[in-house]
Write a protein that binds this ligand. Structure first.
Ligand code: PTJ
Length: 253
């Protein structure tokens, strides 16, 4: 990985780019993952590279759902494994969620490498190697574990493709997505749509989970029942608008 100086004004963004590129070299991230990261970066620019109010609103509801779930699962793909393996493990540990590798460009080698990478980051068990159940999809993301995604009541699917998100929702699951594009099919179909960078979102969620774990069950239930996903998505879009207005004012000045 290229050494990015910490005082570089675009440090976080460049570091993320290096991590995804390193993921490709390690065989963890798909080559298509580079394109996905680039798409994400452009939306992050428009959002202002911050966790917005609407993102934090969705992240709080998502953590409540994970804490109340009977069989919560965090689905990991090649980009998430490269960008935030420790944060995935931390969130799973605090919420009691299982971790399952689920890939669009699936190969047995990639699944193996990602599992080993997550274990090196502290995970004790990672599902996904020998999928024994199938979702009603025509691509490899259908291959899931009967102990994990297949029977999960709450699934966190960062950087998802809309297809599987829709299927999981139709199966009656609470589907939490993390996608910087508030207009994507994923964001529009999920139960809880977090419009934030996966690195920031997972960090925020791990912190929130630590605090919210001490709250009464009724408080967590209240957070979920009062949560309005349309409000979260509309909020994300208007936060982009507001940010662009500020940028216009700066350019005009
Ligand atoms: O590892 P695999 O084989 O499962 O493949 C994973 C990728 C990500 C390549 C695959 O799922 C894919 O092609 O995804 P898409 O359709 O490009 O969608 C990725 C979405 O995630 C886009 O809407 C991006 O804006 C968004 N995104 C990209 N990077 C980030 C992000 N959202 C949050 N944080 C990011 N760092």
């Amino acid at each position: 990985m290229t050494d990015i100086p910490q005082d570089h004004p675009r440090y976080e963004s460049l570091l993320a780019r290096e991590k995804v590129a390193a993921g490709v070299k390690m065989g963890i991230t798909s080559i298509q993952g580079l394109i996905a990261q680039g798409r994400g970066e452009s939306f992050d620019y428009l959002i202002g590279e911050r966790s917005t109010e609407s993102a934090l609103y969705a992240e709080r509801a998502a953590v409540a759902a994970l804490l109340l779930a009977e069989n919560p699962v965090i689905s990991v793909n090649g980009n998430v494994a490269a960008l935030a393996p420790e944060k995935v493990v931390a969130l799973a540990d605090i919420t009691g969620a299982k971790i399952e590798v689920n890939l669009f460009h699936r190969t047995d080698t990639r699944v193996h490498l990602i599992i080993e990478h997550l274990k090196a980051s502290g995970a004790s068990e990672v599902l996904g190697k020998n999928p024994d159940a199938s979702l009603d999809l025509s691509h490899d993301r259908r291959l899931v574990s009967s102990k994990g995604i297949y029977t999960a009541d709450v699934v966190l699917v960062p950087l998802e493709d809309g297809d599987r998100c829709e299927k999981l929702v139709k199966m009656g699951k609470t589907v939490i997505t993390i996608d910087l594009n508030p207009l994507s099919r994923t964001s529009r179909t999920a139960t809880i749509s977090i419009v934030d960078n996966v690195t920031r979102a997972l960090g925020n969620m791990a912190k929130l989970a630590q605090e919210m774990k001490k709250e009464k069950k009724e408080e967590l239930v209240k957070l979920i029942t009062s949560y309005d996903n349309k409000k979260a998505i509309a909020g994300a879009i208007s936060e982009i608008q507001e940010h662009l207005k500020t940028m216009i004012a700066e350019v005009e000045y």
